[in-house]
Design a protein around this ligand. Structure first.
Ligand code: UDP
Length: 323
């Protein structure tokens, strides 16, 4: 059976599409290329350019391929933009997803793996954060993802749609062929590496007065290929009769912004010009996953957990891209 991958031309979607291919699956990609890159989709994979809310197109794809599952990556994911222009986020991340689900249900597709986020938790009440932590997002992006989680719960009860909501912490790193290439880029690791490459004059450290050992914010960085593995395990869990559930995907260890910059100095051997700057609005001080549930139920075991090893993969990819 084939797997429909929405957003398969994006960062995590393209890495997972390759992982699906390697594990003997036959992925089919739909992506509107607003943020995705056509060349990121393996040439063996059927590709459809268009919106996931285009019911005619999705219906056509489902008629042309024997599909039993959907991995849903496509979404807008800029937290700051979601605060300034929430209607864009609810229209795309929620309304378009409802339209996609309508067509999947019409075609009796029963398995759905959803790209959710630790942003659904909001300001942490305790760390590490487990799946039972209250979900109170602090921005429309997080709300849009939480709304879809709730829709999936209702659809499971009413229509028997089995889902896994995968709550990513900080996706990072690269494979030999795919890396992080957002336009605009707002994420810490690629920006630090752009600075090492001389593409930007400096990197701002957003907040140096957090209640953390060095005053900078702590995040849980998880390698994109480990995320891809978790999607395949989640798909198999559902296909094997597993119940719908939410899973945190993180390493369970936190690194501060300062530690990431120091690690990048060691990996690249280059100077990094970091400028102490005010906090970015809405940034919690510390987000670290308790991902025991994914380990216990899915058998997930992240392979690249050291921050230097993660940055190393990203550095290789960025230097190759600029050669
Ligand atoms: N950050 C930073 N400077 C930047 C970009 C990010 O100091 O130019 C910090 C950000 O405030 C957060 C961490 O790096 O504490 C990770 O941010 P990123 O945007 O990569 O991911 P997020 O945690 O927001 O999903």
């Amino acid at each position: 059976m084939s797997v429909l991958v929405t957003g398969g031309a994006g960062y995590i979607g393209s890495v997972t599409t390759d992982a699906l291919l390697r594990s003997g699956e036959t992925p089919v990609v739909i992506d509107n290329l607003v943020y995705g890159h056509r060349e990121a989709v393996h040439s063996d994979v059927p590709f459809y350019e268009g919106d996931i809310g285009d019911k005619e197109l999705v219906g056509k794809i489902l008629s042309e391929h024997k599909i039993d599952a959907c991995m849903h990556f496509s979404a807008y994911a800029y937290v700051g933009e979601s605060v300034e222009d929430p209607k864009k986020y609810f229209a795309n991340n929620v309304v378009q997803t409802v339209r996609l689900l309508d067509v999947l249900l019409e075609h009796n597709i029963k398995y759905f793996v959803f790209s959710s986020t630790c942003a659904t938790y909001g300001e942490p009440q305790y760390v590490p954060i487990d799946e039972a932590h209250p979900q109170q997002p602090t921005n429309p992006y997080g709300w849009s993802k939480l709304m879809v989680e709730q829709i999936l719960r209702s659809y499971d009860t009413a229509y028997g749609l089995r889902f896994a909501a995968l709550r990513y912490f900080n996706a990072s790193g690269a494979t030999d062929t795919h890396g992080e290439d957002h336009e605009p880029e707002t994420h810490l690791i690629p920006l630090v590496l752009y600075n090492a490459l001389g593409r930007i004059p400096n990197i701002s450290i957003f907040g140096t007065d957090y209640p953390t050992p060095d005053g900078t914010a702590i995040r849980d960085y998880i390698h994109v290929s480990d995320l891809a593995d978790a999607h395949i395990l989640a798909l198999n869990h559902l296909r094997n009769g597993g119940t719908s559930d939410a899973f945190n995907l993180g390493n369970g260890s936190g690194y501060s912004v300062q530690e990431v910059i120091d690690a990048a100095r060691r990996v690249t051997g280059r100077e990094i010009n970091a400028v102490r700057s005010p906090r970015r609005a809405g940034d919690p001080s510390r987000l670290v996953a308790n991902a025991e549930k994914a380990r216990a139920i899915l058998g997930w075991q992240p392979k690249i957990s050291d921050i230097e090893a993660i940055i190393e993969t990203a550095w290789k990819w960025h230097t190759r891209m600029t050669d």
